[in-house]
Design a protein around this ligand. Structure first.
Ligand code: AGP
Length: 608
């Protein structure tokens, strides 16, 4: 149950457990629709026996509505086997049809139940063939019959000392304990018990007992070189630690996420060293185009990267939503670097995009927050963000960490390609190192006005978010945050587009959030955004503005202001996004919503 609690952020529309112990005839199962707390109540009502092995699941429905009967685990027809599954089994209907023809009946609307019934059948066939149960062989045999994406775990009451798993295009990590072993979708499931972990490769199966871990491919060949790693964060990092919500805690970790992502990335002479990036400087020098692939918040971090990297390195950077990427036949060459940005490292759309890029001969570098996850594992190189575990579904600290990693990559490129003077790079690094304090200033001084704005806007039915240059992705991100957690219709767009259509949406009292760049340096940009504010104001908009401390033009036109301390324009997303994160959280909290687990969403989107 502790493990499930830590994984609940990945899916929370139903949950269940299955247990086995010597002497038990059938598997013991409890499952319930809704949050984990419902399952806890069910177990209190109907306690479970002691057990030696167990599997548990929290679900984000892909097929079959969230209900008690559709919750996992699902059982084999004879009740000896229980199975849980992440992903989508694409040939489930065909398999089901065949099983039905043999007399099998189904109670749920899930593809998972098809796998459970199929596994039960295979397991019994093996018993007939060999005279004894062999769940490991049965799971491998079944895995070869499935198409689509899956992580499957199973237990069998006839072998109450093993748990068997298999994965294809869906994550599974092994936790190596003392006298106990674990399997989890990510390390959060078992980090309270062990920090020693092992990656499981694509199309591999695993069998754990309390003392052993055996890994094979789907045909049964043993794999002995699985990569082991030590989880670099503590179980307490995935606890609320007194904060009202994970989102609140994680927003307040923005400064640390930036500082920690910068840590250890510089030589004594101030040069950038990206040790973990296993791409040689020669290859870096040969790169003539970068394509960032990502989804949601990570894609907005990619958009910030475009502005910075193009400016510093003078090579074209495209940013592409990962799910669109491979379907448009992108131009990829060995001189293209594809940068896959992902907090979870498991987003299926991003994983598929990077596979496509590698197939076409391009190199892929992952910017990722999760050790041992699929995206860094399948990339040529990785630049880890050190934001620590992000539990709230709405991404906050991971965004600022991704932006910092992208800056580091851009500056490293500039260093290797010689497109900037060393002094210039060192100057920006110095400014970057000053950013955590500036973010802290926003957290310390702006939270009151942000909350006031949220209270005032509580009944607003829609919002427009405007930004230009790096303020544009910040506007998109601010709008996304509000959609996800406060369920408010928002539209984020480039401020220059205003007159090309969106201004028609502005009516008396319409809230418009504007990111205003500093008047220093890029004055024209500043003036143009100010003109935009005037234009919406003239049409009755209520303006909430994010701007540099003491900007006199802003004071004139804004109804409410979230101030930022002075900082270079290219680095300003790191501070500008912070009040917008708080704003979305405050709106959702005031509306009484669960900010950590917004409806319909899951933290890792492991299906396409
Ligand atoms: C962010 O608040 C969202 N929950 C979502 O857009 C997320 O950023 C996106 O699904 C990508 O996830 P990833 O970073 O784990 O790949």
């Amino acid at each position: 149950m502790q493990g499930l609690k830590r994984l609940e952020y990945r899916g929370y529309d139903s949950a269940g457990v299955a247990l086995a112990a010597p002497g038990m005839d059938k598997i013991a199962v409890r499952k319930k629709a809704g949050r984990l707390v419902n399952l806890e109540k069910e177990i209190q009502r109907s306690p479970l026996p002691d057990a030696t092995v167990a599997i548990g699941h929290t679900r984000w429905a892909t097929n079959g509505e969230p209900s008690d009967v559709n919750a996992h685990p699902h059982m084999s027809a004879d009740g000896h086997i229980a199975l849980i599954h992440n992903g989508i089994i694409e040939n489930a209907n065909t398999l089901k049809f065949d099983l039905q023809a043999e007399g099998y009946t189904f109670v749920s609307g899930t593809d998972t139940e098809v796998a459970a019934k199929l596994l039960g059948k295979i397991a019994n066939t093996i018993i007939t063939e060999t005279g004894h149960p062999d769940l490991f062989t049965a799971v491998r045999r079944m895995a070869r019959m499935l198409s689509g994406a899956f992580t499957i775990l199973a237990v069998d009451s006839r072998q109450p000392d093993i748990v068997v798993g298999a994965r294809h295009d869906s994550p599974l990590v092994v936790g190596l304990g003392k006298g106990e072993n674990f399997l989890g979708s990510d390390v959060a499931a078992f980090v309270a018990y062990t920090k020693d972990a092992m990656e499981l490769g694509q199309d591999q199966a695993v069998c754990i007992t309390n003392r052993s871990v055996t890994v094979t491919d789907f045909t049964g060949h043993e794999i002995t070189d699985s990569h082991r790693f030590t989880v670099d964060w503590d179980a307490s990092a995935a606890e609320k630690g007194g904060w009202p919500s994970f989102m609140d805690k994680e927003i307040h970790e923005d400064p640390a996420a930036v500082a920690d992502t910068l840590l250890g990335r510089f030589a004594e002479n101030g040069d950038i060293v990206l040790d973990e990036v296993r791409i040689s400087p020669e290859v870096f020098r040969s790169i003539d185009k970068i394509i960032v692939v990502a989804c949601g918040t990570a894609s907005y971090a990619g958009m910030v990267a475009k502005y910075a990297i193009e400016h510093w390195v003078r090579i074209p950077v495209e940013v592409e939503l990962a799910h669109e990427f491979r379907y448009r036949d992108p131009i990829l060459t060995p001189r293209t670097l594809v940068v896959a940005i992902s907090q979870s490292g498991e987003t299926m759309d991003t994983l598929m995009a990077l596979r496509h890029a590698r197939e076409q001969g391009s190199r892929v570098l992952a910017i990722c927050n999760t050790q041992g996850s699929s995206i860094p594992r399948e990339s040529d190189a990785v630049l880890y963000t050190h934001a620590g575990p992000e539990i709230a579904v709405a991404s906050t600290k991971a965004f600022v960490a991704q932006v910092v990693a992208a800056y580091l990559l851009g500056l490293y490129f500039a260093q290797v390609k010689g497109t900037m003077f060393r002094d210039e790079i060192h100057q920006i690094v110095k400014q970057l190192k000053a950013m955590p304090k500036k973010i802290q200033w926003v957290l310390d001084t702006q939270s009151e006005v942000v909350e006031k704005a949220a209270k005032r806007m509580l009944n607003a039915r829609s919002f427009l978010f405007l930004g230009r240059h790096v303020g544009y992705p910040v506007a998109m991100e601010g709008a996304l945050k509000l959609k996800e957690v406060a369920y408010t219709f928002t539209e984020g767009f480039a401020a220059g587009e205003l007159k090309h259509g969106p201004i028609a949406l502005v009516d008396e009292g319409e809230p418009v959030v504007v990111i205003v760049p500093s008047a220093r340096g890029r004055n024209t940009l500043h003036n143009k955004v100010i003109s935009g504010i005037e234009e919406v104001k003239a049409r009755g908009a209520f303006t909430i503005v994010v701007a540099e401390e003491g900007d006199p033009d802003v004071e004139r036109y804004a109804d409410m202001v979230f101030w930022r301390p002075a900082c270079p324009t290219l680095l300003s997303p790191l501070v500008d996004v912070v009040p917008l994160q708080m704003f979305a959280m405050d709106m959702a909290t005031l509306k009484g919503y669960d900010v950590d687990k917004p409806r319909n969403l899951a933290k890792s989107v492991t299906v396409e």
